[in-house]
Write a new protein. Structure first.
Ligand code: SAM
Length: 429
C-alpha cells in the first residue's frame, strides 16, 4: 500500500472543482440525441479543446462512443478533421447522426410523409384487419409486449422505405431510442433487466407517440447543430483501436477521449446496452451484436499473469488482486494489455508536440482501488517520450455509470467505486 501511495504521489494530480460542471446542461446541440453508457459530458470536451486544442486541426477520439468529443470538434472553430473510432455499430450510427447536418426542410418534409404513412397503416390494421409483418429475433417476446412489437414494426417498415441514407440514419437513431424506452427493460439501467410483474402491468407505452417525440426532440437538436457547425470533416471508422487505424502517421494534433473503465463484462456492458436496438435495426446477431463486449478492451482474459507492459503500479495491483483471485487478476491485466496496444498505435498517429487527453475512472476490484490514471501515465512514458502535463481530479455530479458494484461478486454487497474522474493530459515530444 505504501508503495502504491508513492507511485501515486509521483504523478502530478490536482483536484479542481471547476471541472465538475454541476447542474450544467449536457444536452445542448446534438448531445441529447441518444443515451449511451458512461458518456463524457460535453463541457469537459469543450474545455479541453479550448485549453489544449485551440491550434489543433486534426482530432482523434479512439473510443468515441456516441461522439461527444466529435460534436464539440464540429462546433469548434479550428478543426479540419476529426476521426472517431468505435467497435460498436450503435455508437457509430449515433455519432454519425449527431455530427452530420441535414437540411431541416428535408427532415420536416420526410417527417410529414413518415407520419402519414405510419398513422394510415395503424388505422388500416385497426379497422380493416390489415396484417403487418413482424420481425422475429431471439427473445423478442420477452423484451417487448405484442402491441409494442406491432407498432415498432410499422415504424420500421416506413423508415426502411426512405431512399436517402442520411435521412434514414436520422430516423434510425430516433427509432433506436424509442426501442429502449418502450421495451420491458427496467428503465435507466444499462444492463438488460426485465421489469417485475407489477411494473409490467403498468407498462403500456404509446410507441408511435414516443417515436414522434424523439423525432421532434432530435429535429431541434439538428437545428442547433446546423446553427453552430464550423464545418470540420468528421470521419467515423469501423475499426478497433488496438490495431492499425486508417489515420495517417504523424497527423493528429489532439487525442480527446474517454476509454472504457475496464473490461465490458465486469464494468459497463456496451454490448448488452445496445443489443435490443441493434436487433431491431437489423444487425446480424452472431456477426455484429453478440460479441461486442468480448471485442471491447479486455474482453478476452489473458492466459497467464506474465506481461510485457511496463507499469510498476500495474504490477503491484495485479499481484494484490491475484492474492485474492487469480482469474480476476487476469481480467484486469487483459484490459491494460489491450490499452497498451492502443497506446502504441496512438504514438504512430500523433504529431510531434501533440496533446493527449484521457478522461478515466479508477475502478475497484476485490476492494482494491485501481489507479488507472497513474497506470496510464506509466504506460505512456514506457512507450515513448511523453511529458505528463497534469492530471485533473474532478467530482462526478451525475454521470450515468455504476457508482457501486459488487466487490466480491456477492449479490447485494456493494462498495462505492467511482465518485471522481481523472483527466490525464500528456504531450508527446
Ligand atoms: C466510455 S465509452 C465512450 C463514451 C463517449 N465518450 C461518449 O461520450 O459517448 C468507451 C467506448 O469505447 C468503445 N471501445 C471499447 N473497446 C474498443 C476498441 N478496442 N476499439 C474501439 N472502441 C472500443 C466502446 O464500444 C465504447 O463505446
Amino acid at each position: 500500500m505504501k508503495l502504491l501511495k508513492k507511485h501515486e504521489a509521483a504523478i502530478k494530480r490536482v483536484h479542481d472543482d471547476s471541472w465538475d460542471f454541476s447542474g450544467a446542461n449536457t444536452k445542448y446541440c446534438t448531445h441529447g440525441m441518444h443515451t449511451y453508457p458512461a458518456m463524457m459530458i460535453p463541457q469537459i470536451a469543450k474545455r479541453l479543446i479550448d485549453e489544449y486544442g485551440n491550434d489543433a486541426e486534426v482530432m482523434l477520439d479512439p473510443f468515441m462512443g456516441t461522439g461527444t468529443s466529435l460534436v464539440e470538434a464540429k462546433i469548434h472553430h479550428n478543426f479540419k478533421y476529426a476521426y472517431g473510432v468505435d467497435i460498436n455499430p450503435l455508437a457509430r450510427l449515433v455519432a454519425k447522426v449527431k455530427t452530420y447536418p441535414i437540411s431541416i426542410e428535408k427532415l420536416e418534409h420526410s417527417f410529414r410523409e413518415l407520419r402519414n404513412n405510419i398513422d394510415n397503416e395503424k388505422l388500416e390494421i385497426h379497422f380493416q384487419g390489415k396484417k403487418i409483418e413482424k420481425p422475429s429475433f431471439f427473445n423478442i417476446n420477452f423484451w417487448f409486449k405484442p402491441e409494442v412489437i406491432e407498432d415498432l414494426a410499422i415504424i420500421k417498415k416506413y423508415i426502411w422505405e426512405l431512399q436517402n441514407t442520411d435521412i434514414k440514419d436520422f430516423y434510425k437513431v430516433c427509432f433506436s431510442e424509442t426501442v429502449r424506452n418502450v421495451s420491458n427493460t427496467r428503465n435507466r439501467e444499462f444492463k438488460l433487466y426485465k421489469m417485475n410483474e407489477k411494473q409490467l402491468e403498468k407498462h403500456n407505452p404509446n410507441t408511435i407517440q414516443e417515436f414522434y417525440k424523439q423525432v421532434q426532440k432530435n429535429l431541434i437538436s439538428m437545428k442547433d447543430l446546423i446553427a453552430n457547425d464550423k464545418n470540420a470533416k468528421i470521419k467515423i471508422l469501423n475499426e478497433d483501436s488496438r490495431y492499425k487505424l486508417s489515420v495517417p502517421d504523424d497527423s493528429v494534433d489532439l487525442i480527446l477521449t474517454s476509454p472504457p473503465y475496464g473490461d465490458s463484462l465486469t464494468t459497463v456492458a456496451y454490448g448488452q446496452f445496445s443489443r435490443l436496438s441493434l436487433q431491431w435495426l437489423g444487425f446480424d446477431y452472431k456477426e455484429e451484436v453478440r460479441d461486442i463486449d468480448k471485442i471491447c478492451l479486455g474482453g478476452i482474459k489473458t492466459r497467464s499473469l506474465e506481461h510485457t507492459t511496463k507499469s510498476p503500479t500495474l504490477d503491484l495491483i495485479i499481484n494484490q488482486i491475484a492474492e485474492y483471485d487469480n482469474n480476476r487478476a487476469k481480467d484486469v491485466l487483459s484490459f491494460y494489455e489491450d490499452l497498451f496496444k492502443c497506446i502504441l498505435e496512438f504514438k504512430r498517429v500523433m504529431k510531434k508536440n501533440g496533446i493527449l487527453c484521457f478522461v478515466v475512472g479508477n475502478r475497484t476490484v476485490k476492494r482494491i482501488n485501481i489507479p488507472t490514471d497513474v497506470i496510464m501515465v506509466e504506460l505512456f512514458q514506457s512507450s515513448g517520450n511523453y511529458e505528463h502535463i497534469k492530471t485533473i481530479i474532478r467530482n462526478i455530479p451525475s454521470k450515468r455509470m455504476p457508482k457501486a458494484n459488487s466487490p466480491t461478486n456477492v449479490k447485494g454487497t456493494t462498495v462505492t467505486t467511482m465518485n471522481h474522474e481523472y483527466i490525464v493530459i500528456l504531450q508527446i515530444k
